[in-house]
Design a protein around this ligand. Structure first.
Ligand SMILES: Cc1cc2nc3c(=O)[nH]c(=O)nc-3n(C[C@H](O)[C@H](O)[C@H](O)COP(=O)(O)O)c2cc1C
Length: 167
């Protein structure tokens, strides 16, 4: 029997994640896409993956650019998540009002991120209605001060209580 998509989504939603914005620059345009289908893959070589919807505008851009960045969002950056998941889709220049730099790979780096992975496209794997982009990490940066991440759980953004550590 076919899996009910809503039930499947709701079940997956019980896996808590952080939130990333995947950024790309193809030499002409920069774009970003909110993504939580992100995972580490390998330490040696350093590989990560992100699953991108076949209909996402940035899909072809990543293929063409052969590089992308993964920005790990801080709790304070919820607006950026909203922007790159919807409201900013039709903006001619998604970055014109944003605080960002260009990374060493000339791909946008969102200021205030809590972690950054600059990647070369290592491999592309078919994944149903998504494409799995495997990235070879060429530069990794993180915020030394442990700052609250933006979380996504059960279809909602959540906050982490950084003081609530297990002993
Ligand atoms: C919390 C959250 C996580 C998301 N994760 C993904 C993801 O992992 N992969 C994906 O393709 N779309 C994901 N989306 C949807 C995309 O951000 C959205 O469809 C985006 O507008 C597509 O980018 P485009 O403008 O390049 O088409 C997510 C949205 C939200 C709000």
């Amino acid at each position: 029997m076919a899996m009910d998509p809503k039930h499947f989504r709701n079940t997956l939603g019980r896996f808590a994640t952080g939130v990333t914005v995947v950024t790309v620059n193809d030499g002409e345009t920069s774009r970003g896409m909110t993504a939580n289908a992100f995972s580490s893959v390998s330490l040696d070589p350093p590989l990560i993956l992100v699953c991108v919807d076949q209909n996402a505008t940035c899909l072809e851009m990543i293929r063409n650019a052969k590089k992308f960045n993964v920005n790990f969002l801080a709790e304070k950056q919820k607006d950026l998540s909203d922007w790159f998941a919807g409201k900013g889709r039709d903006a001619e220049d998604q970055f014109s009002e944003l605080d960002y730099d260009m990374g060493e790979n000339t791909t946008p780096v969102l200021k205030g991120n809590i972690g950054l992975l600059e990647c070369e496209l290592f491999n592309e794997v078919p994944g149903g209605d998504h494409t799995i982009f495997v990235g070879l990490v060429t530069r990794a940066l993180f915020e030394e001060d442990v700052k609250a991440p933006l979380l996504y759980y059960a279809s909602s953004y959540r906050k982490m209580d950084l003081d609530a550590e297990f002993n």
